[in-house]
Design a protein around this ligand. Structure first.
Ligand SMILES: Cc1cc2nc3c(=O)[nH]c(=O)nc-3n(C[C@H](O)[C@H](O)[C@H](O)COP(=O)(O)O)c2cc1C
Length: 176
C-alpha cells in the first residue's frame, strides 16, 4: 500500500501527548504540508500560527471556550497538552477559505501520521476566536488583516493509542 494510503488508513485523533517537543524538521514538515495543500484559484490564503503548548494565549482561549460552553471543571484542555498547536486562519471574505483550510489541516494531519506523530484537529475553539473577542485574539495570534480563525490542529508524540473510526460505505456512498 502507498505511504499516503497507509497514513489515511492509520490516522486517528490523538487525545494525549508526551512532553517531547517536535523537532524543527518535524515542525517544518507539518508547515510545508499545510502550505502545499491546494487552494481555490491558487489563492494560497491560509495562514498558520504556530503556538507552543505552554503559551498563555492557549489558556486564555481555553478559559473563554469553557465559559461559553458552561464547562466548570474541564478534564483536559482543548489541545490535550500537545507541545505544539497550529492555528489556521484565512481570508474572511474569500468564499473557499473554510474548504481550503480543511484541506490544509488534513494535509498536516496526514504528514504528522507519516512522521509517526499524533495529531488532533480542533474546532471547539471557533466560537471563542470568532466571537466578541475576535479582534483581541486575531492580534495576539498574528492573523493577517481581514483574516479569521478557521481550524486548529495539535501535534506531538502520542501518549495514548486509539483505533481509527469505523465507517459504512453502504450508508455514505451511492453508485448511480
Ligand atoms: C472540523 C473538525 C473539528 C474537530 N474538532 C474537534 C475538537 O474540537 N475536539 C476534539 O477532541 N476533536 C475534534 N475533532 C476530531 C473528531 O472528533 C474526530 O475526527 C472524529 O471523532 C473521528 O475520529 P478519528 O479522527 O479518530 O478518526 C474534529 C474533527 C474535525 C474534522
Amino acid at each position: 500500500m502507498s505511504d499516503v494510503l497507509k497514513a489515511m488508513e492509520q490516522r486517528c485523533s490523538t487525545r494525549g501527548y508526551t512532553a517531547e517537543e517536535l523537532t524543527k524538521e518535524e515542525l517544518d514538515a507539518l508547515i510545508r504540508a499545510g502550505l502545499q495543500a491546494p487552494t481555490a484559484t491558487n489563492r494560497q490564503e491560509i495562514h498558520i500560527t504556530v503556538v507552543k503548548g505552554g503559551n498563555p494565549i492557549l489558556a486564555e482561549i481555553e478559559e473563554l471556550k469553557n465559559k461559553q460552553r458552561g464547562i466548570v471543571d474541564p478534564q483536559h484542555n482543548f489541545y490535550y497538552e500537545a507541545p505544539t498547536v497550529l492555528l489556521l486562519s484565512a481570508e474572511k471574505a474569500f468564499a473557499w477559505s473554510p474548504v481550503d483550510a480543511g484541506i490544509a489541516v488534513e494535509n498536516i494531519a496526514l504528514a504528522a501520521e507519516g512522521l509517526g506523530l499524533g495529531s488532533l484537529i480542533i474546532g471547539c475553539i471557533k466560537d471563542a476566536l470568532t466571537g466578541d473577542r475576535r479582534e483581541y485574539f486575531a492580534k495576539a495570534l498574528d492573523f493577517p488583516e481581514g483574516y479569521e480563525f478557521v481550524i486548529a490542529i495539535a501535534a506531538g508524540h502520542k501518549a495514548v493509542e486509539k483505533e481509527p473510526h469505523a465507517y459504512s460505505a453502504e450508508k455514505n456512498v451511492s453508485f448511480i
